[in-house]
Design a protein around this ligand. Structure first.
Ligand SMILES: Nc1nc2c(ncn2[C@@H]2O[C@H](COP(=O)(O)OP(=O)(O)OP(=O)(O)O)[C@@H](O)[C@H]2O)c(=O)[nH]1
Length: 357
């Protein structure tokens, strides 16, 4: 094996599997999950050096083997219907993300606490014809440890491989096991951090974005629209006579109404629109790339959705203020917020005046 880089070049690997293989370099600039390939590269590199073999890999397994875990969507950046493998070949910096052949890893995943080691795949009738064994880099030696979440679910496997028959010493086997435990802990703590981050952006009652989330999103959209000079719209929604509703039907009924309203408000929106609970009985909506007419149309649709929805106690009414601005250096996002708020209060005032006349 004189030219290791040629032997294990990912291109060779790619050409061997026409059906499912999708290889992409994992180090893409600006990736929100950029920490993941970096961390996995360290683990697979350490695993292969400890075991003195040229190839390291982490497999993320999926429901095909009846094993599901939230980590899977986390690891695949939300693309939950796919399994993944992260490969590291000799002379390579970083890992390569691929979905190639999961036969061996699925087999290893059935033994959660054990090291699965197959010295020569070609001599083993169960695996001698798998894609990994028959096509470059023609794996002969395979050893792996399942990655098990704290609830017992198998998330994937940490693997080491060689193109020639091989075996691990007892010390190497133990080292691989220890490394797998460390990787499990890292993934678990990352997941916890991600969950906490999600919580700080979510309204606990309705499950939609909270005020903090809204503020971040509005700043973000404002900056984006400043760059592309497109109109940005916002709607402010407030429930009419909500205090009375609470007083009549009780606070839990008021909570239920707000939760239902959050769903109803979402229903006529585009996927790119954003709705948040601004506070109390007030909701705020961001409509990117939307002109004044579009914002008014959405406001009418929201009124219609509220009107046709089935409310448990009595029909409800809302006041909706709309505002549109094309961001410029002359003002900041507060101007849009202020305009939507003013429009909403003016509608509420009109409603009370009409009701009293
Ligand atoms: N059930 C429930 N009530 C809430 C929550 N947050 C705020 N409220 C109540 O919402 C009510 C808002 O009252 P107001 O701002 O006077 O609004 P309103 O009664 O709808 O009056 P108008 O907006 O003028 O029609 C208050 O009674 C708050 O206690 C919540 O999370 N759950």
């Amino acid at each position: 094996m004189n030219d290791m880089q040629t032997e294990y070049h990912p291109g060779l690997f790619l050409t061997t599997d026409t059906a499912n293989t999708r290889i992409q370099m994992a180090h893409r600039s600006g990736d929100s999950d950029a920490w993941l390939p970096t961390m996995l590269a360290d683990f697979v590199s350490l695993a292969s050096s400890l075991c003195e073999v040229p190839i390291g890999m982490v497999s993320q397994l999926h429901e095909d083997i009846g094993l599901q875990h939230p980590f899977l969507s986390f690891l695949t950046n939300g693309e939950i219907d796919r399994r993944n493998q992260w490969w590291r070949f000799p002379g390579q910096t970083g890992v390569i993300r691929s979905s190639c052949d999961f036969t061996l890893c699925e087999f290893a995943a059935q033994r959660p606490r054990e090291v699965t080691e197959i010295s020569d795949l070609r001599a083993d009738s169960r695996f001698s014809e798998t894609v990994l064994t028959t096509t470059p880099p023609q794996i002969r030696f395979y050893a792996s440890v399942p990655l098990v979440a704290s609830n017992g679910d198998v998330m994937g496997t940490l693997c080491v491989m060689d193109s020639k028959p091989n075996s691990l010493t007892p010390t190497q086997r133990e080292a691989l096991r220890v490394l797998a435990r460390q990787l499990e802990a890292q993934l678990e703590s990352r997941r916890t951090v991600q969950k906490l981050e999600e919580q700080t952006l979510t309204d606990a009652l309705t499950g939609i974005g909270n005020r903090r989330n809204f503020d971040l999103r509005l700043r973000e959209e404002w900056t984006r629209h400043l760059r592309n000079a497109k109109p940005l719209s916002m709607l402010m929604v407030d429930v009419d006579y909500f205090k009375q509703y609470n007083d009549t039907y009780g606070h839990p009924a008021g909570d239920a109404l707000l939760t239902q309203l959050a769903r109803v408000l979402r229903s006529p929106l585009r996927a790119s629109d954003f709705v948040a609970r601004y506070g109390g009985d007030e909701f705020a909506l961001i409509l990117p790339d939307t002109e004044e007419n579009g914002a008014h149309l959405v406001r009418e649709r929201i009124h219609a959705a509220v009107e046709i929805a089935k409310w448990p106690h009595s029909e409800i009414e809302i006041s909706v203020g709309a505002a549109t601005l094309t961001p410029s250096e002359m003002c900041d996002f507060h101007a849009l917020l202020q305009a939507a708020d003013t429009a909403m209060y003016s509608r509420k005032k009109n409603r009370s005046t009409t009701a009293h006349n």
